[in-house]
Write a new protein. Structure first.
Lengths: 373, 373
């Protein structure tokens, strides 16, 4: 085969892409050494383009030559930032950044501003665990679904000792991979285990919808939905009858209450309280991050809840929320309700909004409490 | 806590989303019962919006009320279709469809037009295998990377019998999860194994770049790159020294040549030929789908290739390409070159372009040939 013919044939995909773009390539986002970040979005006809960066209000971008809208931030604290563009009121992805946030409703990208030394959510040269994705038909819920199991570095299928298990729940509109693809739970655990700060443990990450289309984009949110209770109750049933038995059969996963923790964020925080506090015989650690969507009264949805029994059953009940989160009032009420019953609570108000940068830090802090006594 | 306060606090994320959208929700894509599909994209200021649907040329969409551009297709053959919008020459994602195609350079969404009965890439109520994601530092390549291992339904960590292994390679610009997230390899295998058409096997899916930033969005394509050979050679070294030993140690994976296959698409097809035909002692089945990016002459890059030895060593050498693929000429030349050396080839020209709908079918056909004699 002639060189010329081959080179031409190999160029075809490249030329096709160039023809589709018809313009010079754009780099976005561009993370600079001083931790400023430049975002670029090309739209020649839009009248107004804004950047929505996680943790901040939307900021207008400036239109430059060739219809490229640009914004360079001030130096940013090292973190993983979700973001999207808004062009004339329409949310747009950054197509030049392949780091997409998986979500059933709200789309966006991610950009990492690295720390020096690296932060726990940054992939580092330490021993790594593995992620195992299980697929199954849920008889309880009536759909095909999946869950993830993190096994820590050095885990082997055979062996006598059992590992403690953290059941880790995502929020409303997240997909099953929320805690890994956005939350970087596996990376956080790898790094904290390498530093000796967190005990090696198995982490199980489920799909949190007890009703299959609970987070359908066209449902318009969960507030006021009459299927809220069903969503919680069927999630609990599936967890207990379909997920935990498989985990404890197929992994060296402890079934001891003292070696089981449950935690979650937002809707998953409320589910954590619902499952954990209604089943004090099952978990010793309960962590609710930025919880929302707990049913309408605590009395009603935690029937027979007894503060003295909870204190005896739990090694840790953790409640946290960012002070700039719209759900901070709810969490303060919850804390007050628990205090009124003399329940021991590790209560944390942290900086931040309703955002993954808060929940990664929650996992970092909460995981270090687990299974140490 | 008062009901009103709680409902208000729960509504906050919903209200925030509504404020951001400021308009009625859009449903896109909408798959109708007659297998037509309606795509919708809102952009009040764009002058021209097109739909690029996999397998077809771009088609203009019609602007309707409220700036919503709409297109309803003719009835489509059941398949998974990649697509994107182009607004005034700029590629745009469909933000109303959470099914994103992971890719380092070319972004897009996916929509499934279901078949009746379901096609092999559709999730069905059959026994499912699992996906295991490994993370490691590659000493050969010098980065942190991952690979996936599919274990078939019923696979257990302990047991005497070994499973045959298919090493399955993605194309240029794909991520490690290309064959699962887009190719649905695990679903295809589940369904074909359930039907008794494909033998239970382990499938290993690696990251195909022997040079860490080989598919960087700013590199501008691989053609003519002087690191092409390095990309192939270091990929081979990492596969042999870092991936295969781990797979054969941690899984019940056969190390017998008769129980090893390698296949790939596009760049991965060329890597399959490079690795497979240069290492006739390692694999018995070699499948190259829509190959591109084989180095400049076959003679140079398959030094000492001997057709008689290949015929003796291989149970199957499969070469395929879609007739509307820009790489069809290259694959015809390759077939001619092999024929000239009297090599037995299973050569298939199929309908289709350079697209995943072709490669899913290639996997369906190729996997049924494997490990049966």
């Amino acid at each position: 085969m002639a060189l010329t013919g081959l080179v031409l044939s190999l160029l075809i995909p490249v030329l096709a892409a160039a023809a589709a773009a018809t313009q010079a390539p754009i780099v976005s986002p561009e993370v600079h050494a001083d931790r400023t970040v430049t975002f670029r979005y090309r739209d020649a006809t839009a009248k107004k383009v804004e950047l929505s960066l996680e943790g901040s209000d939307p900021v207008p971008m400036a239109k430059g030559a060739n219809g490229i809208w640009t914004l360079t931030t001030a130096p940013l604290a090292p973190d993983i930032y979700g973001y999207s563009f808004t062009a004339d009121g329409e949310t747009r992805m950054d197509i030049h950044n392949s780091a997409f946030k998986p979500n059933l409703i709200w789309c966006g990208n991610m950009v990492t501003v690295p720390g020096n030394p690296p932060l726990p959510w940054e992939v580092q040269n330490v021993p790594h665990g593995q992620l195992h994705r299980h697929f199954y038909r849920s008889g309880v819920i009536g759909d095909e679904r999946d869950f993830f199991v993190y096994t820590p570095p050095g885990y082997q299928a055979s062996g006598r000792t059992k590992y403690p298990v953290l059941y880790l729940l995502h929020g409303f509109s997240d997909m099953t991979n929320g805690w890994t693809a956005i939350g970087m739970a596996h990376t956080i655990l790898d790094n904290l285990i390498a530093q000796g700060k967190t005990k090696p443990m198995i982490v199980v990450m489920t799909l949190g919808y007890g009703v299959p289309d609970f987070a359908s984009p066209t449902r318009g949110g969960y507030a006021g939905s009459n299927i809220r209770s069903k969503n919680f109750e069927l999630y609990r049933q599936a967890l207990f009858s379909e997920v935990i038995p498989v985990v404890e059969k197929e992994y060296r996963a402890s079934s001891s209450k003292s070696q089981r923790a449950i935690a979650g964020l937002s809707m998953g925080g409320a589910q954590t309280l619902f499952v954990g506090l209604n089943n004090l015989d099952k978990f010793s650690y309960v962590g609710a991050f930025s919880s929302g969507n707990l049913p309408s009264t605590f009395d009603k949805d935690l029937p027979g809840f007894d503060g003295a029994k909870a204190n005896k059953a739990l090694k840790s009940l953790w409640i946290s929320c960012g002070v700039d989160d719209g759900l901070i009032g709810f969490n303060r009420e919850l804390y007050k309700w628990l205090q009124n019953q003399n329940v021991k609570v590790q209560y944390h108000e942290t900086p931040g909004r309703h955002a993954w940068m808060v929940w990664r830090r929650n996992l970092i802090d909460f995981s270090q409490l687990l299974f140490k006594n």
